[in-house]
Design a protein around this ligand. Structure first.
Ligand SMILES: *[C@@H]1O[C@H](CO)[C@@H](O)[C@H](O)[C@H]1NC(C)=O
Ligand SMILES: *[C@@H]1O[C@H](CO)[C@@H](O)[C@H](O)[C@H]1NC(C)=O
Length: 379
């Protein structure tokens, strides 16, 4: 009975097709269905693509395997402050360095700070400028403006303070630039270059920083502070002096200030980003507090401690984060300089007035920087 029915129905459909082709109604129904299916499939694919994009953009495959920051243990896993104290007291330490400075120094002036006599009311600041070896013009203008070594005076609470400065530029070298002889001439003339035997590049900045810390603590330890700054910043010496003079003694001794203070920051896992960090390089979900490496001030005490400590702290490519890691492991607090540091300036009055110490945004605008300096009349 059933079989007969099936055979019959198939036969009838076949006869329908055979005689007249597909019925218009059936055709329309099928076409409609096809469109709908196609649309659903299309939307589905788009959805998947968007998800894949988000997955990739935020590096979610990495994020899934991150180690919680509560398990943070950046090597070496030792009592770092204790180790630093032992080394500074010439006590025996049976721990090998894991991050020695791996390059030669091509040139540096070990006598730069030797002749500076620091009087009672003087504040001695070493200005350390991260510079690219090919930035001849920037260095020229910086020497003539905020990098000059003229002593200035400020009054604070009825006392007059003198700001005494020395300046050095941190440079690498460039294999694509036949400039080494020019750099040697520049060095002979100003004696203010520290050149490491590595190529100038963003991800060699940690080496520059290591070089600077070691130089400051070995050859310029009579300075009270070091002001680390990139060559595209404007610095107000007067406001810097005012700020440093206003610090209570303990804050001055333990100073580590910059901008903007990043706390509890996630690691960048976006593979296309300049600051992408693979899991193998840094496994934790968060980064200890850090400030931009573009402009920050440290007390000599912190520089001395950190310059010893950094040989026992695993290397990290980004200098701002690396310094944050060392500070965190040593228990040094980083303060937020707030509005004393400008990421972007708008007018000359933003830069020359108020309390602004450092202002970013002068790449390719060195003549403007010079103009602002003349306007501020800081001599
Ligand atoms: C500081 O104050 C003294 C006394 O009031 C004054 O003679 C001196 O010019 C002031 N210095 C500056 C840099 O303002
Ligand atoms: C850092 O310097 C080394 C040694 O000169 C060089 O091989 C490397 O390419 C440099 N890295 C960057 C990011 O410039």
């Amino acid at each position: 009975m059933q079989l007969a029915f099936q055979v019959g129905s198939r036969a009838s459909t076949m006869s329908l097709r055979g005689k007249y082709g597909m019925s218009p109604l059936l055709k329309m129904l099928l076409r409609h269905r096809k469109k709908k299916c196609f649309f659903i499939a299309f939307a589905f694919c788009c959805g998947i693509l968007v998800l894949l994009y988000i997955w990739d953009y935020y590096g979610l495959s990495d994020v899934l395997y991150e180690t919680s920051f509560s398990d943070f243990a950046w090597p070496l896993n030792i009592n770092l402050a204790e180790a630093v104290r032992k080394i500074q007291n010439n006590e025996k330490l049976d721990i090998a360095q894991i991050n020695p400075f791996p390059f030669k120094i091509r040139m540096q002036n070990e006598n730069l700070c030797k002749d500076v006599i620091v009087k009672n009311s003087a504040i001695f600041v070493l200005i350390v400028v991260k510079s690219a070896c090919w930035s001849f013009e920037s260095r020229h203008i910086i020497r003539k403006s905020w990098g000059n070594e003229k002593t200035i005076s400020v009054n604070h609470s009825g006392t007059e303070y003198q700001l005494v400065t020395k300046r050095v530029f941190l440079i690498g070298h460039s294999s694509s630039l036949d400039s080494q002889y020019l750099l040697r001439e520049e060095y002979q003339m100003y004696k203010d270059l520290i050149q490491g035997d590595f190529e100038d590049g963003y991800f060699n900045n940690t080496y520059k920083t290591m070089m600077a810390f070691s130089y400051a603590s070995l050859h310029c330890h009579n300075a009270h502070f070091a002001f680390f700054v990139d060559e595209d910043f404007y610095i107000s010496k007067r406001n810097t002096a005012q700020f440093l003079a206003s610090l209570p003694a303990t804050s001055a001794q333990n100073l580590y200030i910059g901008f903007s203070l990043f706390t509890n920051t996630r690691v960048n896992r976006n593979k296309k980003h300049k600051r992408y960090v693979p899991l193998a390089e840094y496994p934790y979900s968060r980064i200890p507090p850090y400030v931009y490496a573009g402009a920050y001030i440290l007390s000599m005490k912190n520089i001395r401690d950190m310059s010893v400590a950094m040989h026992y702290v695993k290397f990290f490519r980004m200098d701002d984060v690396y310094l944050g890691l060392i500070a965190y492991r040593l228990g040094i607090t980083i303060s937020d300089g707030g509005k004393r540091f400008l990421m972007e300036f708008y007018t000359s009055s933003d830069v020359v007035n108020s309390h602004v110490i450092a202002s970013h945004g002068f790449r390719g605008k060195m003549s403007l920087m010079r103009e602002f300096w003349d306007l501020a009349a800081e001599t």
